[in-house]
Design a protein around this ligand. Sequence first.
Ligand code: GLC
Length: 432
Amino acid sequence: MFDKEQYSKRIEWYKNARFGMFIHWGIYAIPARGEWVRNQEEISVEDYQQFFDEFNPQDYNPKEWAKICKNAGMKYAVLTAKHHDGFCLFDSKLTDYKSTNTKCGRDLVAEYLAAFREEGIKVGLYYSLLDWHHEDYPHYGDMHHPMRNNVALKDKVHNFDNYLDYMHGQVKELCTNYGQIDIMWFDFSYGDMRAEKWRATELVNMIRSYQPNVIIDNRLEVSGEGFGSLATNNPTVYSGDFVSPEQIIPPNGLLTDAGEPLTWEACITMNNNWGYNAKDTNYKPASTVIKKLVECVSKGGNMLINVGPDANGRIPNQSIAILSEVGNWMKLNHDSIYNCGIATIAKPENGRITRNGNKIYYHILENSIGSVPLYGIKREEVAKIRLLCDGSELKPVESWIVNNYPEIVFVDISSTPYLPDSIDTVVEVTLK
Ligand code: GLC
């Protein structure tokens, strides 16, 4: 039975955090054509082996990653402990296909966890349900496997339960050998590969027995497509704790079937790839990242934005530069993000609104001629109005110019045609 009270308690920190860092990293950083390279180019395990043999990220310094994350204003991070290629960034006893057996010889997960915890960042692990390295994961005819078209493997017999034992065993290792894990991010279900096919009830019960407070995504049931039973009146044991829209911000936010706000997290790439892609320089400007974060919060969701470190273990310079700009904005305006959510005032034409209790945050994205309208509040309910970035007072305008619109509160933000922050100027209204 779904325990709603326990659920609400469990996800409280997560809903308040709003902003996290996704980290896709593995030996696919060497071919540098994204983490699906084996699938897309139908590369065999043997031909992919060169990257395992070569892997030696000399510059891997998770303390630096954690600083970048923290300075951007992010409150949590999720690292790929194992992606679809099956390569493990941790010292699993159940496989040889792991970072400790490469030249680098390090447990990359353990070091990441220590470094991020040290900075006070909540830690998550991504774990792929698909495994293109394991003998007993379906090869020929599977929808995604690199060997899906390899007729020579047509009659190969797979003992899928054997794979499931392995997968459950590795998740148990992650849940028992590494201290408190704040998020487990499974990826993903497809076709009939979903739910009890993963032995999901058993898996989640095991996880929660070791990590009672861990937050789990919804992909034991679905992928980025579909919401799963969390959106229904009757969530399963393995429904997960949040919905995971991918490369999209739900146009109208998300509600459960009962019309209640649904917990969700939009995961978004910073360029057009998750794993490192050397030729992809299509980075979103910091202004976009900031505005999209605000959009997520105004619709009641989180944003998990991705970085794809390279083969040497460095987060690309472009990503670092973008995150540092985002951090500059966050330093001045984070009160309008953390602990904030839907304002229940319709989106105004000049921007977006977020809210934390009696504080309403107007994100002004487009300047007005003259005074700026703050929609949806009554003059008599206002206790004070401040420019969030510097705490300076803004007084409701009294003038014949605005008198025709008594149902709107106006403030004068700038004496020039430009807003103080050209990306997003935040006005904080405290209600009585
Ligand atoms: C996908 C992809 C994947 C990526 C993930 C992030 O489902 O398979 O490579 O890790 O989305 O959400």
